[in-house]
Design a protein around this ligand. Sequence first.
Ligand code: B3K
Ligand code: ZN
Length: 884
Amino acid sequence: MTAAAPQPKYRKDYTAPDYFIRHIDMTVDIGETTEVEALLDIERNPDRPSGQPLQLDGENMKLLSIELDGKFLTEADFEVHAKGLNIPSLPDRCQLRTRVVIDPHNNTALEGLYRSGDILCTQCEAEGFRHITYYLDRPDVMASFRTTIKADRSTYPVLLSNGNPIAEDAEGDRHWITWDDPHPKPCYLFALVAGDLARVEDTYTTASGRDVALRFYVDHGNESRCTHAMQSLKAAMAWDERVYGLEYDLDVYMVVAVSAFNMGAMENKGLNLFNDRFVLADDTSATDEDYIHIEDVIGHEYFHNYTGNRVTLRDWFQLSLKESLTVFREQSFSADQGLGAVKRIGEVRQLRRVQFPEDASPMAHPVRPESYIEMNNFYTPTVYEKGAQVIGMMHTILGDAAFVHAVQEYLEKFDGQAVTIEDFVATLEQSSGQDLQQFRLWYSQAGTPRLTVTEHYDADAQVYELVIKQHVPDTPGQKNKQPMHIPLVLGLLDDSGQPVSLDIETAAEVTPQSPTQALVHLRETETTLRFPNRPSRPVVSLLRGFSAPVKLDLPHDKSDLHFLVRHDVDPFSRWDAGQTLLLRAALEAEQALRAGNAPAFDEALGETFSALLETAGSDDQALLAEMLALPGETYIAEQLDVVDPDAVVGAYQALRQYLAGAMGEHLKAAYEALRPGGAYRIDAGSIGRRRLQRQVMDYLAAYDPDALAGYCWQQYDKADNMTDTIGALAAINDLPGDTREQLFADFEQRWRENHLVMDKWLRLQSTARRDDILERLEQLMQHPIFSLRNPNRVRAVIGAFTVDNMPGLHRIDGSGYRFVADYTLKIDQLNGQLSARLVSCLTRWRRYEPQRRQLMRAELERIQQAGNLSSNLYEIVSKSLAEE
Ligand code: B3K
Ligand code: ZN
């Protein structure tokens, strides 16, 4: 056991700070050791009682001296402990100077100031600043920052921090520079970078005609790989001006790409830090998906400048306030860049793959959590992605114009303040006149609501009726929940597939969106909708555009679903009808396999999906690729009360094999027809074509592995871009044989110097279905490019294995679990944020069949008993093992 179990913090316990820090003047002197001097202008909070002790946060640092208003304090005047420093009493206004030594070179947790390759950089969100100096490390303490960095000139020629450079000088081997950021900010937005970096510069002229310098800092040699990120930044700046009327507010916007980074990127004011995989790209080394991710992450961090930085958080329980709104803005931006509805489908796929499981796990928490042990564990799909859906529902309820207007009001009203989710929702409510009282339950109730729909058609009365029941499942600490306000968008199709003019009789509120589409506000446990004057039974298209993040049990039988696949006008619902058909088929196959029978599939299923393939040349190819992609194994498993991974994997494979057989030779024709017609282009049409081609290759691997191997060889050989190159490797990944080995070996030779490209190579091998996968993983970790200290490499090998290798992870001898637990413990000694993510694959042990359940639990107990765990890992493991 951990010596003293870390204690949770509760949202209900929030109190305003006793003291504010109005300004900080710090000097970071980088040398053999790194010394940080901080001069804090402190003011008592007049709303709090006087005479309170000052309790500064500070960890992993050695205190050299402390002065209060110019007088050195002695040890009797203060108390230093493992988590900070207390001074029993303080004048109402004073200046406190501390000098500490920190050790960035041995900071493997990558929080605070740390080394990435040869550069020093920071990560302060959520609570990293307390690793740099003693401070009130909470977002409602906002100060102006002045930062002087001193360092060796040749090792660290570039010295950056937030704001504007105001002075610099050099003497001998050393130089220094002072940065001034006059806008008060919480310390989680502080950033510092020191290193030998190349600078790529461009300019953006804002709508009001101001020039903003855009500067990317990257390793030397990577200058030409910033073009796409730079363009994406400009597109994001223009989008925010056009859609929200928001202009960038400083003269310089800096982005630094670093290779050792715990997450995607960080929105520090004026000085974003990025995981280099979300900056660096060129056609030969980046895939379509890389290009899209870069645009998304660049947009996301840029949009934080308002939603997060200008208006920030009162406390960490409010994290979703900035993250969900920023993800929503990022998603809107991204959809506008060309892929539209297909982007939405991708978001839903991802939500179902990672957030629905989290919502049904021991870590389930509301979008606004009530408690946490380690804040870094709450940067979750629930806070981000479900939170963005919650914002999206308010957007649907208010309508686009009223929503945008309300967000603008919120940003104006709270500019420069640290606020709460309640402040945001109340502003939306006041601005729009909509009642969001019941809607607020989305922030407090965890768990994915389930809608069960039954239908009845009365031919004599010519009335079609739907009864919709909602239920929110129990989650840890929350039972017997209240019904939610769920916006359900729907339409009806007549028997020729035409949309029907809607006339709805119901006690629920209905907002027409068009003559044939309506938004129904579900607020009760049960809602009845009656559609009169229907001479024949219509087919209902429900949850259009995925209007709410719910699980939906459709009333449709198979023929209705086939009909919707052919006729629905809403791309999401059309796709989802197809997914429901496939899911039902997979679940039947799973049942058959568990009963010892061979799976069997309807002929109609093969016909519908073959017919889709035949539209490959004409239809929206990106949408078609999504329509043809099977629901993933994880999502299939999600539907089951007890998971037998062998049956899930078997069912998935059987369904794939069946469909591949049904499509047959058409697959080859489609593959040929989808070959590139010219040089690589990154536009929505070309991306769609390549996605569809990849999907076709996935079926071809099942239908005719030899033919596929030939195609892969040729494609790899001719490719002028990474999407086609990696597509060839991905398609052949699970097929043993010489072609696979040769292509992987050649790829390694070609790309061994490029760690981002090698991550793709590592990732594919970690997810390959092969009996010797664990030995292979060990070999991969011996590769010169691999390091347990680099999160990207660890995620590519171990992370990918835990998420995308169901048969490997769930080997019946328990060796997959043992492997994960061993590395979780090893990595936890270095980086608690990373180890806590890796162990997540074991947390839902209770859902598995008895043998696996026991094996998974034993590994979790082994981790728990190892002792000396990071608070991150401790929280996840202890919550997973807690009694239900
Ligand atoms: N705000 C950061 C995430 C910080 C994560 C800290 N463990 C990136 C983002 O959401 O934009
Ligand atoms: Zn964010």
